[in-house]
Design a binder for this molecule. Sequence first.
Ligand code: K1U
Ligand code: ZN
Length: 171
Amino acid sequence: MTIKPLIILPDPLLREISRPVETVDAALLKLADDMLETMYDAPGIGLAAVQIGVPRRLLVIDVAREDEPKSPQVFINPQIVKSSDERSVYEEGCLSIPDYYAEVERPATVTVKHIGRDGKEHLIEADGLLATCLQHEIDHLNGVLFIDYISRLKREMVIRKFTKASKGKAV
Ligand code: K1U
Ligand code: ZN
């Protein structure tokens, strides 16, 4: 397994719509394993393939607490098929926007259809942190970032800060 470099704001790749995965083969499963390794190293609780520069509809998640055994999950071509009216608020972060956190309100429960690493279709009903994380990661597949849910003023400040930092590094 390989730890891959993370794509950071304002990289335009983060605004691309990821293409569906066509075949679940050894190469795709190796990509999922590299994503898990990268996510654990960061550390994070989720990662979309586009965050390591691969705009495919693939994401990995592990919301197990530190005192629990690892529980890696792979979601291929995930789709939200049902969302609750009930909402929940969570302070989110993003590995592509390091050290910035903001409260985001989302549906508290989602049902997600996806293909698993076994190549078969699955349906999962998620609540709590898993529901929040699934929605954050599926947003990545559609070029949406959690800063899109905060005020325009705050979002522009964050983008300006990261744009400035990226120019500083480019020289
Ligand atoms: O997609 C990402 O950028 C990963 C992101 C996922 C996420 C976090 C919070 C709410 C929704 C989705 C992260 O993992 S940020 C890092 C983080 O939250 C974390 C890191 C270490 C321990 C616990 C959490
Ligand atoms: Zn993110």
